[in-house]
Design a protein around this ligand. Structure first.
Ligand SMILES: NC(=O)c1ccc[n+]([C@@H]2O[C@H](COP(=O)([O-])OP(=O)(O)OC[C@H]3O[C@@H](n4cnc5c(N)ncnc54)[C@H](O)[C@@H]3O)[C@@H](O)[C@H]2O)c1
Length: 261
């Protein structure tokens, strides 16, 4: 059977851990050539080496997605190396210590907006011209259920992820007639290092053990559990696939029903 991403060039930010790391593996298994980036350079290189050993072409750059120049240079390197960019997954992101808005520092707010919202803006700013030149492309931004509804104690994160949804919809509108689809996914919780860290913080704040903290986090989710990383990445593969050619501007909730009730 044909592989869905044979020969396609796929850029993934935040590729050293969690969704991004698994996405690199699953896109590679579908035949993709990869451009991976992360701020965590050692973990990024280790992951890239594993993928190369399995026969996948991988280009890597380590940088902070909130910074303009290195992101621009990374996309330029993709153009030089591969001559094309078919799929871009703007996935790098960070949480913040859960706290009510009035207790959150302005510095934490600024940093969260810079990484989670500005990082996605900059990614698309440089990916879109390359895709326009080729006359096609698919962009997937990783937002959050906290980008669809307010998420108490995560106000900066929630604001940044709402911004990601807005950027997605606007970019989809601007590029729909250029054959570039732009969508977002909005997961609630999946057990990645980011959420494990959040579980630790809830546990420290409430005195609950790890299981109790995880139960508190998932209490409002109708399915009553977190997603697996693979459940999220399978959706990425479907949303970006060339066969899924009429979907654009969507913020797809992958949340066990959280935002439906
Ligand atoms: N895990 C969840 O339940 C969940 C839910 C909703 C949304 N998300 C979003 O999914 C995305 C991936 O998160 P994850 O759960 O896989 O977390 P993760 O912490 O496992 O992975 C995030 C990766 O992004 C990298 N990163 C962080 N800041 C960066 C920066 N400034 N520049 C470049 N790279 C940076 C980290 O080094 C890490 O490798 C994030 O945007 C996150 O907000 C996750």
């Amino acid at each position: 059977m044909d592989k869905r991403y044979q020969e396609q060039v796929v850029m993934i930010t935040g590729a050293a851990s969690g969704f991004g790391k698994r996405a690199a593996e699953m896109f590679a298994a579908e035949g993709a050539r990869l451009a991976l980036s992360d701020i965590a350079s050692e973990a990024l290189e280790a992951h890239a080496d594993t993928l190369r050993a399995q026969g996948t072409e991988v280009l890597t750059d380590a940088f902070d997605v909130s910074q303009d120049a290195p992101l621009k240079a990374h996309v330029a390197r993709i153009a030089e190396t591969y001559g094309r960019l078919d799929v871009a997954i703007n996935n790098a992101g960070m949480g913040h210590e859960p706290a009510p808005l009035h207790m959150l520092s302005a510095e934490d707010f600024d940093r969260n907006i810079a990484v989670n919202a500005r990082g996605v803006f900059l990614g698309m700013k440089y990916q879109i011209p390359l895709m326009r030149a080729a006359g096609k492309g698919a962009i997937l931004n990783v937002a959050s259920a906290a980008g669809l509804v307010g998420s108490g104690n995560l106000s900066a994160y929630s604001a940044a992820k709402h911004a990601v949804v807005g950027l997605t919809r606007a970019a989809a509108d601007e590029n729909a007639r250029k054959n570039i689809r732009v969508n977002a996914i909005c997961p609630s919780f999946a057990s990645t290092p980011l959420v494990d860290e959040m579980t630790d913080m809830v546990s420290a704040r409430t005195g609950l053990d790890q299981d109790g903290a995880a139960r508190q986090i998932t209490a409002r989710i109708p399915m009553g559990r977190m997603a697996s990383t693979d459940e999220i990445v399978q959706a990425m593969l479907w949303i970006c696939a060339p066969q899924n050619s009429f979907m654009t501007g969507q913020a797809v909730a992958l949340d066990g029903g959280l935002t439906a009730v």
